[in-house]
Design a protein around this ligand. Structure first.
Ligand SMILES: [Zn+2]
Length: 271
């Protein structure tokens, strides 16, 4: 069984500020510790469930050379392999070869979710809202669609209550969720000790992999329209129009249409 662990930092237990997830910031070393330990918990659960290959993809943009490069390598569980500093949504070789399940660790809710800790979609300045056909999505949706394009289901999402709720709304009640904090605002949360969160994530990963048919791969019905609403007028003005991508300036939206989600995504990303 080959398992992909896609991970992000904002939904990790103990993390509530940008300072903890921004490369070079005072809180970043603590954030990396919390992040790496939580990813390790999912690795342990997957290994216990019988995974023979576990590939961790760091999906957090901490800025600069820290982009997708926040895991503390020396502390990673030896049972995993990992991918660092690669362009977001761009590493597809394992999915092309066949991945049995994806687990998402440390995810955050989409932009403008009131109880979503550090909520955003890609970047608040760039993107206010994102839709795949009629589905309003955040980053859980983006990575679920990437996996779904290759027939891989997402079986677990961990993060705050808002991220877990968003995951179930999109992927169904068969999704295993592990809520490690309750968002009180964008920058505060009622939390449990990270050590307990890790135990819950390890058990969640183990349980999620017991039934790989519990969640259908997420694949927006073709032909697919991706609609993105820009975060600011200025970011829209900075956007360079591309072939086959329609820009509606008064609405501050772009539309990318194609026969598959991946083709539509590749036409617009990175925007
Ligand atoms: Zn992130």
């Amino acid at each position: 069984m080959r398992v992909l662990i896609m991970c992000d930092m904002e939904g990790v237990s103990g993390i509530v500020t940008w300072d903890q997830v921004g490369g070079g910031k005072a809180g970043y070393p603590e954030g990396r510790e919390l992040y790496t330990a939580e990813v390790n918990a999912a690795v342990r659960g997957a290994a216990r469930a019988g995974a023979t290959q576990i590939i961790v993809i760091d999906g957090h943009n901490a800025g600069g050379d820290w982009r997708a490069n926040s895991l503390l390598k020396g502390e990673l569980d030896p049972a995993c392999e990992y991918v660092a500093h690669h362009n977001w949504t761009d590493y597809r070789a394992p999915l092309e070869a066949g991945v049995d399940a994806c687990l998402m660790v440390g995810y955050h809710a989409r932009n403008n979710t009131p109880d979503g800790v550090l909520n955003h979609t890609i970047s608040s300045a760039q993107c206010r809202n994102l839709w795949f056909n009629d589905d309003l999505v955040g980053e859980i949706g983006v990575n679920a669609a990437l996996c779904g394009h290759y027939g891989t289901p997402v079986l677990m999402v961990t993060g705050d209550v808002a991220a877990c709720r968003e995951g179930k709304e999109l992927l169904g009640d068969g999704l295993t969720t592990v809520a490690v904090k309750v968002g009180l605002s964008k920058y505060s949360a009622h939390q449990i000790a990270p050590q307990r969160a890790r135990e819950m994530i390890e058990e969640g990963a183990y349980q999620a992999l017991q039934d790989r048919s519990a969640v259908a791969p997420y694949a927006p019905a073709p032909p697919v329209t991706i609609t993105m609403e820009f975060g600011h007028f200025d970011t829209m003005m900075a956007y360079t129009p591309r072939e086959d991508v329609e820009l509606d300036q008064p609405a501050q939206k772009l539309y990318s249409r194609a026969d598959s989600w991946l083709a539509a995504w590749d036409k617009m990303w990175p925007f």
